[in-house]
Design a protein around this ligand. Structure first.
Ligand SMILES: [Zn+2]
Length: 353
């Protein structure tokens, strides 16, 4: 089954007909007092968002206004299932944010995406609402006009295939473990110490027109809690990299990281495949699917604060989020973002804040 229950006394429900979806929505009522059931249902809604989101359309209003507290899913699922809900829902959810941000009504309102919803979000922030919570979801409120999504609706699972022969790197679309000289103009002076993966821009959901074939996810010598911004030359190699670390690694951590650099890490390639019924949905994510290391497109996943473009300040566009397992170095999620106006790339890793 594509839904893997978190608790071993649970059985998944079928999600094969519109009637199955009606039953899932009915079960949100008892799930209000049953957190394990609520979470189990959430993974079914994640599967539904990937397979038959149109079957959920008749229930958008009911769930947003009466059953949201027991609804689970990640924000990408919210966006797909609740996108286009009525202005009545916008009013209802906005009313619940009058005293400040609350996760479920906030996510609900931010997922609707209609002109009314995006204007309501912008007004809410300009009236003093906390924009950081929205930005973590990939939603930007510009100085004027409605809120904007800084991610595409479409999501693709990132599958890793490892191989031993580095000569194979030149034959694949999305290589893992390139020599730094291939992705940096000046490796000797760069704060970049690690190549995770390079992704072909023509395979990335929603990617803007881009002057070079690939964007690179790279990182500095740190376990987590960093942000690295770069411009790039006509060959796509990064230049003028600037790294910001929450804190420098201690001597022991640094020793491990240098050891990884000397060892060299794995080589491989990733492929991007649509979210569908062949992935494993568990605990709000797809990471238990064999060989899946992350997601391209959709909102950022687990990478902490969504970065702002250092040149124009706009919230950056989310390209992909992958776990460090794509090529082991440091720990946790790594994000890849671009500013399509300034042609800058930012890679980041979650910190503790
Ligand atoms: Zn910019």
């Amino acid at each position: 089954m594509p839904v893997e229950p978190i608790y071993n006394n649970q059985e998944p429900f079928p999600v094969e007909t519109p009637e199955d979806v009606a039953r899932l929505v009915d079960l949100l009522v008892p799930a209000a007092d049953d957190d394990p059931l609520s979470r189990l249902l959430g993974d079914h809604f994640s599967l539904l968002a990937a397979t038959h989101p149109e079957w959920f359309t008749p229930y958008r209003e009911l769930v947003l206004t009466e059953r949201l507290e027991s609804f689970n899913g990640n924000f990408g699922d919210f966006r797909i299932l609740f996108g286009g809900a009525s202005d009545g829902c916008v009013e209802h959810l906005l009313g619940q944010l009058r005293d400040g941000w609350k996760t479920w009504p906030g996510w609900g309102l931010a997922s609707i995406g209609t002109e009314a919803a995006m204007s309501a979000l912008a007004d809410w922030v300009r009236a003093g609402g906390e924009r950081g919570d929205l930005e973590d979801l990939g939603v930007w409120v510009p100085p004027t006009g409605p809120a904007q999504y800084r991610f595409p609706l479409e999501r693709k699972a990132v599958f890793l295939r490892k191989f031993d022969d580095p000569a194979e790197l030149s034959t694949v679309d999305n290589p893992v473990g390139l020599p730094l000289a291939e992705v940096l103009r000046d490796p000797e002076k760069s704060p970049v110490t690690w190549h995770y993966v390079s992704l072909r821009v023509d395979q990335l959901p929603g990617m803007a027109t881009w002057p070079v074939p690939r964007v690179h996810l790279v990182g500095p010598r740190a376990n987590w809690g960093w942000e690295l911004t770069a411009a790039f030359d006509e060959d796509g190699r990064y230049r003028d990299e600037v790294a910001r670390l929450d804190s420098a690694p201690d001597a022991e951590e640094e020793g491990y990281l240098i050891g990884d650099e000397q060892y060299g890490g794995n080589h491989g390639a990733v492929t991007l495949r649509p979210y569908d019924g062949d992935l494993v949905y568990c605990n709000g994510h797809i990471q238990l699917t064999p060989d899946v290391v992350g997601t391209a497109g959709g909102p950022p996943l687990g990478v902490g604060r969504t970065p702002h473009c250092p040149a124009c300040e706009r919230l950056m566009f989310h390209v992909a989020s992958v776990e460090h397992h794509v090529r082991d170095y440091g720990d946790g999620w790594r994000g890849l973002f671009v500013c399509e106006d300034c042609r800058l790339v930012t890679c980041n890793a979650n910190g503790w804040n």
